[in-house]
Design a binder for this molecule. Structure first.
Ligand code: UDP
Ligand code: MG
Length: 319
C-alpha cells in the first residue's frame, strides 16, 4: 500500500485558473511514484462555474474529491473544512491560482520523509505585488513578532505540507475567527523551511482587498496576543501620572499666584486628547469582547452543502 497524500485546494471563484492548475498538479503528481494522491477541493461558495469544473475533473480523475461549503466562509475557514475532510497521512495546502508552484511538492514530500512535520514554503520574493502591500505586510509581521508570545514565520503563506499529527491538532482548534498562519506556529512540531519565488497570479483576481487584509491583521494580533490591552493600561498609568504632577503644579500655582480664569485652549486639548484615548481603549476592549462573544456562541464554524469522496477504484497508469 502506498501512502496517501492529500493536496488540499481552497477555491473561491477560480474558474479562470482551475483547469490550468489541475494540469500543473497533474504533471507534478505523475512524476512522483510510490505515493497515492487525493486532490481535495474546498469550494468556498464560489459564484462562478468553479464547482462544475471540479465536478467535471472528478468525472475524469478518481483522485479528485470535493467539499462544497454552503456559502463563502473565507479561506481560513475553508482550510479548516479541508483539514476535517482530508484523508491523507500528510496534507499539502496549495492555492488554486498557481502562485504557489506545485513543483515544490516533491521537495516537501522529501523533507516529510526525513521526519519533518511541517514543511513550509517561504517566499524569497514577491512578484506582482505592489510596494504598498509589501511594505504593509513587512511592518505587520514586525509588530506581530514583537507583541506575540509565539514565533511567527515571516513571508510565509499557507503553502505547506503538514503531517497527520499537525492536521489532527488543527482539527481540535475550532475557533471561528481564525488566523491559521499563527496556528501553524502555535502547534510547534518539527518545522522545515524551503524558499521559493512567488509568481504572480495565473489568471483571475486576488480576493484580498485592504479592508479584508486589515481585518486579517486585527485577527492575527488579537488572537495571538493581549498586548493591545496591556498597552491601554500602560497609557492609562502614564497619563494619570502626568495628570497628577500637573495637578500639584496647578494647586501650587493657585495658592501662590491666585486664580485667574484662563486656560480654555489647554483645557480643551486635554479633554479631547483624553477622550480620544478612552475611545481607543474602549475599541480595543471591544475587539476582544467581540471575539469572546463570537466564540461563546459555539456555532459550527462552517456548513457543508455537499461532500464527494474520491472514488475508491484506483487506476494507475504507470503500473
Ligand atoms: N480563497 C478562498 N476563500 C476566499 C478567498 C480566497 O477559498 O474567501 C482561496 C482562493 O481561491 C485561492 C486562495 O484562497 O485559492 C488564495 O486567495 P487569493 O489568491 O485571492 O489570495 P492572495 O494570493 O492574493 O493572498
Ligand atoms: Mg493568490
Amino acid at each position: 500500500m502506498h501512502k496517501l497524500i492529500t493536496i488540499m485546494v481552497p477555491t473561491y471563484n477560480e474558474d479562470q485558473v482551475i483547469e490550468q492548475f489541475y494540469d500543473r498538479i497533474n504533471d507534478v503528481t505523475n512524476g512522483i511514484n510510490n505515493y497515492e494522491f487525493e486532490l481535495l477541493f474546498v469550494n468556498d461558495g464560489s459564484e462562478d462555474s468553479t464547482l462544475s469544473i471540479i465536478k467535471k475533473l472528478r468525472n475524469t480523475d478518481n483522485r479528485v474529491s470535493y467539499v462544497d461549503l454552503s456559502r463563502n466562509f473565507g479561506k481560513e475557514i475553508a482550510m479548516l473544512a479541508g483539514f476535517d475532510y482530508a484523508k491523507g497521512e500528510a496534507v499539502i495546502i496549495i492555492d488554486a491560482d498557481l502562485q504557489d508552484p506545485p513543483e515544490l511538492i516533491t521537495d516537501m514530500i522529501h523533507y516529510w520523509e526525513q521526519g519533518y512535520d511541517d514543511v513550509y514554503a517561504k517566499r524569497s520574493d514577491r512578484q506582482g505585488e505592489t510596494w504598498l502591500k509589501k511594505w504593509t505586510s513587512k511592518n505587520f509581521y514586525k509588530v506581530l513578532k514583537k507583541t506575540s508570545s509565539i514565533p511567527i514565520q515571516e513571508d510565509t503563506g499557507d503553502f505547506r505540507l503538514l503531517d497527520q499529527r499537525c492536521v489532527n491538532a488543527l482539527r481540535k482548534l475550532r475557533e471561528s475567527q481564525r488566523y491559521t498562519k499563527g496556528l501553524f506556529s502555535w502547534l510547534g512540531f518539527k518545522k522545515k523551511e524551503i524558499l521559493f519565488n512567488r509568481d504572480p497570479r495565473a489568471g483571475g483576481e486576488t480576493k484580498w482587498n485592504y479592508p479584508k487584509l486589515i481585518n486579517l491583521a486585527i485577527e492575527g494580533i488579537t488572537s495571538f496576543t493581549t498586548y493591545p490591552l496591556k498597552l491601554s493600561s500602560y497609557l492609562g498609568v502614564i497619563i494619570s501620572l502626568g495628570a497628577f504632577i500637573y495637578m500639584l503644579f496647578v494647586i501650587f500655582k493657585t495658592i501662590v499666584f491666585g486664580e485667574s480664569v484662563t486656560g480654555y485652549p489647554s483645557l480643551m486639548s486635554v479633554i479631547l486628547f483624553l477622550g480620544g484615548i478612552q475611545l481607543l481603549s474602549l475599541g480595543v476592549i471591544g475587539e476582544y469582547l467581540g471575539r469572546i462573544f463570537n466564540e461563546t456562541k459555539k456555532r459550527p464554524v462552517y456548513l457543508v452543502q455537499e461532500y464527494n469522496d474520491k472514488k475508491d477504484l484506483v487506476i494507475h497508469e504507470n503500473k
